[in-house]
Design a protein around this ligand. Structure first.
Ligand SMILES: [Cu+2]
Length: 786
């Protein structure tokens, strides 16, 4: 692990980030609540109490673990057949009320696809508004954070070589920033996005999960899909440390399809293509005072963290796994028809075992089974068809399955089968639950399956022994804390911003992943996920108890090596995988995809550096330090008149470097400063922009959109260089707050422009920048001054 020279802890704690290279493009201020009325104080108190209760529930869980793991699965309906109503009724009495076969069989809920948005002319422009929405899950009313008001986000279709321009509008109300909440479940109104499985840049405003989008903030993402990107089923979801589980559990996620590959095989092209985002929304009904007559409404809130993210919570809540937000949807197929179902497991913490079961006919003629053939895992083609009676999903997994209806009419149920102790996330038994109803009827439509030979070339090439340049180990573990509660760790440490695992671009590593939990915790399976580069799993070893009572490790990979981006690490076992670090340098993460484990610390930073490049540390050294005197410069304005920084002597300055008027984000930045310029003036702060445009281009740009403050031309990048806004990849964006003596009081340098001008304005009180007080030298203290 390399120690990072820059402390980023404030980024994740909700404060302003310190200066970084390849840092978050969006340096969000802490969410601020202006009025600290009783409601805010109470909400915070409730959330903090929930964290304590969650800790206590883990303590109690650890104590009861032996008993739980020995427990038999609750009696459930046989997974093989429908039963006579009276028998069924008796058996179902032991199940949580909603999960009854009779209800599943009677469902008339309409199957729906998420909204579909497709790229056009190599670009896809999408806006996601995050806001509370009222919806129904079955008959239950729910009030949840949502994207565009739905229980599932739109499906985004792109092709290799396209660019995704995504605007994330966080319209949530301000929430009080809670100190000391690192590695706890907190602040669901602060969010961001991760493009799960995509091989894209983790920097700037691309797939950068270190960005935080606070309440009332907007983040512009630009994700460039490489021309040679592997087609497949990917997805997007929030990934802000502390609120990932809360936001994903509310249904804030959607599928992202990179077109091509398997789609172009004629037999598959002829099939109906269904995207099925599976959510496990753990809504609870808060207690309603008996004096108020209203119906309960289901919510997912931090103040109930112990009830929704605790061990065994999902089972106790008895909620349904929804498909595209619908509980028990009904699908219609014709006899002989084959469809492609793209399962996206957006559940936050449970394992899912999908099976299709059938109903015997009254004439005792055995009903024919529906066949399932898996063709891709995590969007990546298997290169063949694998006939499967059960599709095993862990949080974050995707599975593309060809589902073949039998040649006769019939009725089927898609179930999440019961799991014996040891087969689930936490080792406790899981009951059978129902997911969807499938009716096969109508005129036959006999379709053909593809042949393995047609798919073989779509599998990513295997990594040979001779290619491997090094080895990595990662140990995932939960350990009891002496004072109660547990810690979630990778390599013995909970998440921190100070250290990162350093990897080198071009290297090919073999990783050994282990799940080693505290002795009192026992066996826990953690789904490992790493961003940016997929990996080839070569072995999954899990402990199996033999009839004589001895335990041995047994290979779980039944169909050979497989490419994935998320893989379960069996408790007490290990995974071997190989991966190539190609195309992208930058900082991202590996973590457990049980999202409450991640939020509570089971995550680690990864830095991929380019050993051949004179890495950007040179630039870092050149960036004027906080409390140091900003270097002077003289540059021409649009009229060619030389202007120097020193000309503003005695005045605080906000100085920003941008890449020219051709850049959309830069134009937005200039427009934002122009819009708020009067407020800067009232505070006595001079705003100066420095562009990489030459004076002629600048003049043309200003003629069409005049600017109230000076913009200086720096086509040779001399001032950019003086302020460290030059990197191996070219010019960087920089924003510097200088006091009246032109000492740096705050700074940020990044791949993309700093756009939270209003927050900067609010934070930069006149007295902060007008004097050179030592108490306002760091971004974090600066941010606290209100
Ligand atoms: Cu985990």
């Amino acid at each position: 692990m390399a120690t990072r020279t820059v402390r980023w802890c404030c980024v994740m704690a909700g404060l302003l980030p310190a200066l970084t290279i390849g840092a978050p493009s969006r340096q969000a201020m802490p969410p601020k609540v202006e009025k600290q009325g009783r409601v805010d104080v109470k909400e915070r108190e409730y959330a903090e109490k929930a964290v304590v209760r969650l800790r206590n529930s883990w303590t109690n869980y650890v104590k009861s673990l032996k008993r739980l793991q020995a427990a038999r699965p609750p009696r459930a309906v046989s997974s093989q057949a429908f039963l006579a109503p009276d028998v069924e009724k008796r058996l179902e009495a032991s199940l949580p009320l909603p999960q009854r076969q009779s209800l599943a069989r009677a469902s008339t809920a309409q199957y729906v696809e998420p909204e579909v948005l497709r790229s056009k002319n190599k670009a896809l422009h999408v806006t996601l508004d995050m806001a509370y929405a009222n919806n129904h899950i079955g008959k239950d009313r729910v009030h949840l954070r949502a994207f565009n008001g739905k229980l599932v986000g739109p499906t985004l279709h792109l092709k290799p070589g396209d660019t995704l321009y995504l605007t994330l509008n966080n319209t949530m109300a301000g929430e009080r920033w809670q100190p000391n909440m690192m590695n706890t479940i907190n602040s669901f109104n602060t969010t961001n996005l991760h493009y799960h499985g995509l091989h894209v840049s983790p920097n700037g405003n691309s797939d950068n999960v270190l960005i935080q989008v606070g309440p009332k903030e907007t983040q512009y993402y630009k994700v460039e899909i490489p021309k040679d990107h592997t087609p497949g089923t990917y997805w997007y979801h929030p990934h802000r440390h502390g609120s990932t589980a809360g936001d994903v559990a509310s249904g804030m996620s959607g599928a992202l399809i990179i077109e091509g590959g398997l789609d172009d095989i004629p037999q598959i092209k002829a099939m109906k293509d269904r995207v099925m985002v599976l959510n496990q929304i753990p809504y609870i009904f808060p207690p309603i005072p008996s004096t108020i007559a209203r119906k309960p409404v289901g919510v997912v809130e931090a103040q109930y963290a112990d009830l929704i993210f605790g061990p065994n919570s999902w089972k106790q809540l008895g909620r349904y796994t929804t498909i595209n937000g619908v509980q028990l949807p009904v699908l219609h197929m014709r006899p002989g028809e084959i469809e492609r179902w793209r399962f996206v497991d957006s559940g936050q913490r449970e394992t899912i075992h999908l099976r299709l079961i059938h109903k015997p006919t009254p004439s005792q003629i055995a009903q024919l089974p529906m066949n399932m053939y898996e063709i891709a895992d995590d969007g990546l083609a298997l290169g063949k068809m694998v006939k499967s009676s059960m599709i095993e999903l862990w949080p974050g997994y995707r599975s593309d399955v060809l589902v073949q209806a039998p040649p006769r009419s019939g009725e089927y149920l898609l179930i999440n089968d019961q799991a014996a102790a040891g087969e689930s996330i936490d080792g406790s038994a899981q009951p059978l639950t129902y997911v969807a109803r499938v009716i096969v009827a109508g005129a036959p439509n006999t379709m053909r399956l593809p042949r393995d030979q047609q798919m073989a070339h779509l599998r990513l090439p295997s990594i040979k022994n001779s290619e491997i340049t090094g080895h990595q180990e990662a140990h995932y573990g939960i350990f009891s804390k002496p004072g109660g509660g547990v810690v979630f760790t990778i390599d013995g440490k909970s998440f921190e911003m100070e250290t990162a695992r350093e990897l080198k671009l071009g290297d090919v590593d073999e990783w050994t992943l282990r799940s080693i939990n505290g002795e009192d915790i026992g066996l826990v399976t953690h789904p490992f996920h790493i961003h940016v580069n997929p990996f080839e799993v070569t072995s999954i070893m899990a402990p199996v108890t033999l009839p004589d009572g001895t335990t041995v490790l047994k290979e779980q990979l039944q169909h050979g090596r497989v490419w994935r981006d998320t893989v379960k690490i069996p408790g007490g076992g290990y995974v071997k995988m190989r991966t190539r670090y190609t195309d992208f340098i930058g900082t991202f993460v590996q973590h457990c995809h049980i999202l409450d484990h991640e939020d509570q610390g089971m995550m680690q930073l990864i830095d991929i550096i380019d050993p051949k490049a004179a890495v950007s540390t040179t630039a870092a050294l050149a960036i004027p330090k906080v409390n140091s005197l900003a270097p002077d410069f003289t540059l021409p304005d649009a009229a060619g008149k030389p202007t120097s920084l020193a000309a503003c002597a005695g005045k605080p300055v906000v100085l920003f470097f941008f890449k020219g008027h051709g850049c959309l984000h830069c134009s937005q930045q200039v427009a934002l400063y122009a819009e708020h310029y009067a407020e800067f003036q009232r505070k006595g702060i001079q705003v100066i922009g420095v562009t990489s445009d030459d004076p002629a281009v600048l003049k043309t740009a200003l003629a069409s959109s005049p600017c109230p403050f000076p913009i200086l031309a720096d086509p040779k990048g001399t001032a950019f260089a003086k302020f460290g806004c030059v990197d191996v990849v070219g010019l960087q964006h920089g924003t510097f707050a200088l006091d009246a003596k032109h000492n740096v009081v705050w700074r940020t340098v990044s791949d993309s422009p700093y756009l939270i001008v209003t927050d900067l304005l609010k934070t930069l009180q006149t007295d902060t920048v007008a004097t050179n007080r030592s108490s306002v030298q760091t971004p974090s203290t600066l941010a606290r001054i209100q």
